[in-house]
Ligand binder design. Structure first.
Ligand code: MV4
Length: 453
């Protein structure tokens, strides 16, 4: 096992990794920017190293500073968390060159899945369904028109180097393909230094379902079921749950088997997530793969009883997976992301938490690095914490989430708690008939209700 782990991250996920290390008896090193001196991840780590100024490019993304911090403290492994350098193949390679263990998948696999067009082709080759579209990136707008005519409108143009919704264009008619292709390629080139674009048939109102996978260093791969992530706004997830209200045991088994096949095909190791679009008729299609632990991992932990972060550390140290694949989910779990944002306009709301009362009680979990008097810095994402509720079924999880949201008191900044309370009361949410367009419909219902007042 590792002697000492450096956590190349901040906020709640850095604290989450420290919790796992403490349970495993592994000493920890926190790194922090000058904006994060007072964060709990610094307080609870055994050692801490300041790695630079607030701007993440000079701190949490600074590979040289991170490697120096590991060398100075004698750490022998690095956990990247999510975001920042978690899917940076070059960082994983530099660590290997410095004889530091990387708690994540092999760099070649990170690189492969980071190219969304190659990832799609790899999925198809593994027998995982993909939507009709272009195999290779498109050479020209004329080729885009040709493929669009073959698959039929509407189509979606995606940047191979993008992901998470960046650089996408929906096109509904042949007359619009050329302009959409040219602007998408130009934007992708500016944003990612790679203008490669591929095309797929566009699904109008799918669910976003993702599967948790794990591979060990001995060629063994498992899946731990799905998360329903349809409730999102501008490609930021707001609420996630496990299991999905849409999956039958039979569909779970088929999607899980497809996920495992893809991982076996690429020699996947460590934690990963395979994202799918699920159509109303029960057809599912590969969308992309995330080669990291995700923000919403706790809902899977609640319904499987598996500590995913401890499992990441164990398999990175060469231990075999002993957890069984495809276990039936135990009960139901929901996660609400509590952001420092205005609950109506979503404008950022950093600042001091003058009151911070965290709920507890049966089936309630809070993952946060915050505390009363903590100041949310303006330099990073707006996540204050994650509220997770577990129950024997979806109705009990909802009831627990509603009372936990009611008992969660944060003053001094605006948060998304009131938004979550509204969503949990919403009849469409309660029915479980979710899709990626849920938030549009919810906002419309909300505005209508506000007019009546
Ligand atoms: C799609 C799609 C419909 N059809 N691809 C958005 C994020 C990126 N990973 C891909 N995305 C989508 N790809 C086809 N062929 C709809 C989306 C999409 C979406 C997906 C998941 C969650 C929310 C979404 C919101 C809008 C669009």
């Amino acid at each position: 096992m590792f002697r000492k782990i450096l956590i190349a991250n901040r906020g709640e996920i850095a604290l989450r990794v420290i919790q796992a290390c403490r349970e495993m008896g592994i000493p920890t090193v926190a790194v922090y920017s000058t904006a994060d001196r007072d964060s709990l991840h610094v307080t609870y780590a055994d050692e801490d190293v300041c790695i630079g100024p607030p701007a993440s490019g000079q701190s949490y993304l600074n590979i040289t500073s991170l490697v120096s911090a590991a060398e100075i403290t004698g750490a022998d492994a690095v956990h990247p968390g999510y975001g920042f350098l978690a899917e940076n193949a070059q960082f994983a390679e530099v660590l290997a060159d410095c004889r530091l263990a990387w708690i994540g998948p092999p760099p070649e696999v990170i690189r492969l899945m980071g190219d969304k067009a190659r990832a799609r082709q790899t999925a198809a080759a593994a027998g995982v369904p993909v939507l009709p579209g272009s195999g290779e990136p498109l050479a020209s707008s004329d080729e885009a028109r040709k493929v669009a005519a073959e698959v039929g409108f509407p189509v979606i143009l995606k940047a191979a180097a993008g992901g998470g919704g960046r650089g996408m264009r929906i096109v509904r008619a042949d007359a619009d393909v050329q302009k959409a292709f040219d602007t998408a390629a130009h934007e992708a080139d500016k944003a990612f230094g790679d203008g490669s674009i591929y095309l797929e048939k566009y699904l109008e109102e799918p669910r976003h379902i993702e599967f948790q996978v794990f591979g060990d260093a001995h060629g063994h791969v498992i899946h731990l079921g799905e998360r329903e992530c349809s409730i999102q706004r501008r490609h930021q997830k707001i609420i996630e749950e496990a299991p999905s209200p849409a999956l039958t045991p039979e569909l779970r088994q088929r999607m899980g088997a497809a996920s495992v096949r893809l991982c076996e095909q690429v020699g996947y190791q460590n934690a990963g997530t395979i994202e799918y679009l699920l159509d109303r008729d029960g057809s599912f299609y590969f969308m992309e793969m995330n080669t990291r632990i995700q923000v919403e991992h706790p809902v899977t932990e609640m319904v499987t009883g598996v500590d995913l972060v401890k499992l990441q550390i164990a398999v990175a140290a060469g231990e075999r997976l002993t957890v069984r694949s495809g276990l039936a989910p135990r009960g139901h779990a929901i996660e609400c992301r509590i952001n420092a944002e205005d609950p109506r306009t979503f404008a950022p709301s950093p600042g001091r938490l003058t009151t911070f009362h965290v709920p507890g009680g049966p089936g309630v979990r809070v993952d946060t690095h915050a505390y009363e008097d903590y100041v949310i810095p303006p330099h990073y994402d707006s996540l204050v914490g994650k509220l997770i509720a577990h129950g024997r079924d979806r109705a009990e999880a909802i009831a627990r989430m509603e009372r936990a949201l009611e008992f969660f008191v944060i003053e001094g900044i605006r948060t998304t708690i009131p938004l979550h309370r509204e969503i949990l009361r919403d009849p469409v949410y309660r029915s479980g008939r979710l899709s990626t367009r849920f938030m549009e419909g919810f906002q419309a219902r909300r505005e209508k209700a506000a007019e009546v007042e």
